[in-house]
Ligand binder design. Structure first.
Ligand SMILES: N[C@@H](CCC(=O)N[C@@H](CS)C(=O)NCC(=O)O)C(=O)O
Length: 254
């Protein structure tokens, strides 16, 4: 059994979709990132970067004690290795896939996250729209460029790494499919091949199932106090605050 420390966000969906695609049983452990669960001692022991997702595999590849892991890219690569699915073994084909996995982890995910920060969350953090202008332009511009890179690749290939569906698609889909919501509702007009790929993957039953895990938690209306708490937790993190959480975690385990 695999525990998935999870909240329904794009980085979380990567893992639930992969587990559904592989047919592996799993248990969800909710990490409410708005309430600060990512700083709890028991979670920091698994994920020292205080971000979800993280997993604990109780029957790990290679045997031995339960294996804990954070970072969605590492988790998907591990699950692919464990099941022999969605990542070819032959080196040339394997690295074709891994280069797109790393492309997503270093590019599309962080740029979309930052574009969303400036475009949506930013309004909750400042009353001065001028403060948001440069960041919005920079990150929305980068997302636009990255969608163009994907569109060119998908104009010549059914999937990101070629003709087969792989972890490169599973890891990229949860961010890419949000582009019309996070960036612009007409975004697909400029990227028809990405749109074709988004729709094709959306139709997979495992994707539908993985995407729905805990989705209702997102609709829960926050009280004004909870909103204030979420603002503090999510947007005021510093080395100081993270260190305080680490020290509290270390104390709790002594
Ligand atoms: N590179 C990490 C990113 C994980 C990440 O940013 N997770 C977000 C939610 S999508 C999170 O836990 N945020 C909590 C916070 O900002 O405090 C991964 O792919 O696993």
């Amino acid at each position: 059994m695999i525990d998935v420390h999870y909240w329904p966000t794009p980085n979380g969906w990567k893992v639930t979709i992969m587990l559904e695609e592989c047919g592996l049983p799993y248990t969800i452990v909710p990490v409410d990132i708005a309430l600060g669960d990512q700083f709890k001692p028991e979670f920091l022991r698994l994920s020292p970067n205080n971000r979800m997702p993280a997993i604990v595999d109780h029957e790990p590849l290679g045997g031995g004690a339960p294996l804990a892991m954070f970072e969605s890219g590492a988790i998907l690569e591990y699950l692919a290795e464990k099941t022999g699915k969605f990542l070819p073994r032959e080196p040339r084909e394997r690295y074709k896939v891994l280069q797109w996995v790393h492309w997503q982890m270093a590019n599309l995910g962080p740029m979309m996250g930052n574009a969303n920060h400036f475009k949506s969350y930013g309004k909750r953090l400042t009353d001065d729209p001028k403060q948001l202008e440069y960041g919005t332009k920079r990150f929305v511009g980068e997302v636009d460029r990255l969608l163009g890179v994907m569109d060119a690749q998908l104009s010549a290939n059914r999937y990101l790494a070629g003709e087969d569906y792989t972890i490169a698609d599973i890891i990229t889909w949860p961010w890419a499919m949000l582009a019309s919501r996070l960036i612009d509702e007409n975004v697909w007009e400029g990227f028809p091949h990405v749109k074709r790929w988004v729709d094709e993957i959306r139709a997979r039953p495992a994707v539908e199932k993985g995407f729905k895990v805990g989705l209702e938690w997102r609709d829960r209306k926050q009280s004004p106090e909870e909103e204030e708490q979420a603002r503090k937790v999510l947007f005021n993190q510093t080395n100081e605050s993270a260190r305080a959480a680490r020290e509290a975690a270390a104390k709790a385990t002594r």
